[in-house]
Design a protein around this ligand. Sequence first.
Ligand SMILES: Cc1ncc(COP(=O)(O)O)c(C=O)c1O
Length: 376
Amino acid sequence: MNLLEPFSQPVYVSQPLLPGIEELTKLVKLIWDSKQLTNNGKMVQQLEKELAEFLHVPYLSLFCNGTVALQLACQVLRLSGEVITTPFTFAATVHALAWNHLKPVFCDIEEDTFNMNPDLVESLITPETSALFPVHVFGRPCNVVKLQDVAERNGLKVLYDAAHAFGVKINGQDIASFGDVSMFSFHATKIYHTVEGGALTFNHPYLKERADSLKNFGIRGTDHVAEPGSNGKLNELQAAVGILLLDKVPEEIARRKEITALYRQMLSDVPGIKTMKESENVFANYPYFVIQIDKKEYGLSRDELYEKLKEYNIITRKYFYPLCSNFPCYRDLPSADRQRLPVANRIAETVLALPLYGQLPHSAVEKICTIIRSLR
Ligand SMILES: Cc1ncc(COP(=O)(O)O)c(C=O)c1O
């Protein structure tokens, strides 16, 4: 194989983990026999139980996707006024606030983790602030201790967007145990998924009760609709996929860890390419392999490298770009001013996610790295 020839087929940035078709067919048959396709059926109940055990949380509620879960989480926590969040995230994080008529207040991020900088949060708090809404970007935990301290001293709720952080542990403690509520996305591009789907985790039963009601139209009993809820339910077919994939997560993480180590080894000495370090005391889940490109040293900008790699059939992702604070719908907010978000603006211009999934052959990683090395 000529390592500098384009791949014959596109190599995408991610590839979904799939259950065996025979084992899926068996569960589909059970669903068919039960004639219950949705509305908190047996599969959803089983998966909620198994996920709560897997994540070591007392209460968990499944949703049709992570975005609706976030939108309803704001209501579960009765957030109001302003919410401090990060601009370096996927659109869904900030949109969840806008859908609830909450005002996003953008906080700049840390250089090394790309997470909300806890040292800057306090200066953004006003009498209108009701919560902190940090994101564990690329599965790397936020500084949960500092953020909790700021929240407690200022009487704020903490809602974590843990979309990327399934299975991550800090000092052996599962990431879902921090904050008031955490959201996990089970979109097909995530390390664990239900095709589309998501979950909220809670430490208090009343939060789960409210989430369960809000995702089911606000219905509390046969003749009782308590509040204006939405439809956020996961269905039985998708829950079946989730049940079958849960056992496969440890192996998927282990494979991704090996691939990440190979990428790091092959790219660590390329001038102008920076790889992210492992966080200390963290059990990581390796959802993305992200590099930072310094054009002065590497010779190509992030956008130029992205285009060049496409010529080799390597489909990477500018993740996250554009920055949420630069979207037309948010850029006029005072906190969206570029001068106030220097780190986030720079990082968003220079990061690139390379292909990473458990089934990615090591030979493909070697070829991708050889091509990246050759392009400078
Ligand atoms: C950080 C972040 N938040 C929220 C979401 C939304 O999740 P979903 O796609 O399940 O709606 C995503 C999805 O990719 C995400 O990456």
